[in-house]
Design a protein. Structure first.
Length: 549
């Protein structure tokens, strides 16, 4: 028995080591200087991005024609595209189809981005397929000026390769950014396309108006391929109609969810009123896909043969559809996690529109929890945002939630030796991330009418990095160097899972510890974690350790 246990441990250790090597190699594609410079050049000539993607695909041993066999559902949007894909995947799996699902970003492990039958690709399978694709690209790079695909491009190619090798019946592909020039748009013949709610995001790439963004999103339309959209404001709706007519794409507007007739009622596994439009879009996508799948002629559907905008038909959802909608899970989106006297509310909202939806959800669900709570409740905001996001606008929306504390930290899981390869980001320095947190803290104080006191230079709490900072005052807003130290301060020993993490954690200063008195005295702590899916993912890594296994 000891021999077998030792052998099992050896192979498990080897498997983990090989997986870590693969992920560390993948991370080098984040910082490949030539690749990053290439992407910057291509932004001035966006169509070049798709040409480059086709070249990388061919070098990996795949052809665009092979992708036609994946029976793809292609989905874009600003808000809700991931949830729409999750609903769609779960419905089709309820019918017994073998599903592939490619999404981004990941929360805890990069393998989450590529799922077969709802589960992230296993360690050994991921490692095997990773090296198959990477080796082919590495072997051909000298003949192509030493170029290698950047991080997201590589993962997209890897997803296509895995879905083909694993022989999925359908592949649900979520667009990365935009649509027209996104690397997923090398897909020539999806079976159906979808566009969720549109808003302002990634303006440096997609444009600074909602109409420009709508033009980019409509780029996934294909001639003769049905496309379903949710209700949009007038400007983007007009643009999408024009794009559909130009491309020759049948365009259909999804009905409201309450228009679907069902004796059982339509129940959703995802919380939030905004999920209703995502669920309606998923119903239309799956209904159309099933029509084409079951037709003797896959080119024929009930919506082919017309252009322009039409209203999609209302139908009675099948038992499989109702089951799929009710059982859909999508971590980090309107998620509530209760641990004794601490309740975590997690939502990866990172645009003003998604933040407003988050505020609406949190206000309702937190009020219900407070109504049922025994004793006093302290509300805490844990916030971070990355990239070009308008943090001030998002924080302004959060002010009416009346938080007792606001805590800011970068998307770093642990303060020292943060060696979780799945969540490493080499494109932004620690100093830059911490300065962003301090700026967010200052914005919060201004929004709450707290005047800034005299600035002074002080060691940021436990970070080991000297940065200019503002003096903290009552009604505390605090900056921590990592997610774990922030969680430990917020929970004050109430959550045993967070408390068990002791390595790499530095003690906070006495002045900071003194601010925790109201937290320690409160009977309940309610924490909203939002602003970034990466922040939510780093939090879940600590709160649900099983997600790392």
């Amino acid at each position: 028995m000891m021999y077998h246990n030792g052998l099992l441990f050896f192979f498990l250790s080897l498997s983990l080591s090989l997986l870590k090597d693969a992920i560390c190699t993948l991370n080098t594609l984040q910082t490949n200087a030539s690749a990053l410079e290439q992407v910057r050049r291509e932004r001035a000539h966006p169509q070049v991005q798709l040409q480059a993607m086709r070249s990388f695909l061919q070098r990996s041993g795949l052809t665009v024609e092979e992708l036609d066999r994946l029976n793809i559902i292609h989905v874009t949007g600003t808000k809700g595209k991931g949830s729409t894909c999750a609903f769609t995947e779960k419905i089709l799996r309820s019918y017994g189809f073998r599903t592939g699902f490619y999404s981004s970003p990941h929360l805890v492990q990069v393998r989450e981005r590529i799922r077969v039958n709802g589960c992230p690709i296993g360690r050994d399978i991921f490692t095997k397929y990773f090296w198959q694709v990477y080796s082919r690209l590495e072997e051909t790079k000298d003949a192509h000026g030493g170029s290698m695909p950047a991080y997201f491009r590589f993962l997209t190619i890897l997803a296509f390769h895995i879905f083909l090798q694993e022989k999925v019946d359908v592949a649900i592909i979520e667009v990365g950014i935009g649509g027209a020039y996104d690397c997923t748009n090398i897909i020539r013949r999806p079976w159906v396309c979808g566009i969720s709610s549109l808003g302002i995001d990634h303006t440096s790439i997609l444009g600074d108006t909602i109409e420009k963004i709508a033009w980019q999103k409509g780029g996934i339309f294909k001639p003769g391929v049905p496309a379903f959209i949710v209700k949009q404001t007038e400007g983007p709706m007009t643009v999408l109609q024009e794009r559909a007519e130009e491309i020759g794409c049948p365009l259909l507007l999804c009905p409201e969810l309450d228009q679907y007739q069902s004796s059982e009622g339509v129940k959703l596994g995802l919380a939030g009123q905004h999920q209703c439009s995502n669920a309606s879009l998923a119903l239309q996508l799956t209904h159309c896909w099933l029509q084409r799948r079951c037709s003797t002629d896959p080119a024929v559907t009930s919506v082919s043969g017309f252009t322009g905008l039409h209203t999609a038909s209302v139908f009675e959802p099948s038992p499989q559809m109702l089951k799929g909608l009710a059982e859909t899970e999508w971590l980090g989106r309107n998620q509530t996690l209760k641990r004794g006297s601490v309740t975590y509310f997690l939502d990866g909202a990172h645009t003003t529109r998604s933040m407003q939806a988050c505020v609406n959800w949190f206000s309702e669900v937190a009020a219900q929890h407070e109504k049922n709570a025994t004793g006093s409740v302290v509300r805490v905001l844990l916030f971070n945002a990355t990239g070009e996001r308008d943090c001030g606008a998002m924080l302004k929306l959060l002010v009416p939630c009346h938080f007792d504390f606001a805590v800011f930290c970068p998307n770093i899981t642990e303060a020292i030796a943060d060696c979780n390869a799945d969540q490493q980001n080499f494109n932004v320095s620690v100093e830059h991330m911490l300065m962003r947190c301090l700026d967010n803290q200052q914005s919060w104080r201004i929004l709450n009418g707290i005047e800034e006191e005299r600035p002074e230079s002080e060691l940021l709490i436990g970070s080991g990095v000297h940065l200019p900072r503002r003096v903290e005052r009552q009604g505390a807003s605090l900056v921590f160097p990592c997610i774990l130290s922030a969680l430990q301060w917020i929970t004050q020993g109430r959550d045993p899972i967070v408390s068990t993490f002791t390595k790499h954690i530095m003690p906070v200063k006495a002045s900071v510890d003194a601010k925790a008195v109201p937290l320690r005295e409160a009977a309940n702590v309610h924490v909203l974690i939002t602003g970034s899916l990466h922040l939510v993912g780093g939090t879940l890594k600590h709160l649900v350790p099983a997600l790392s296994s």
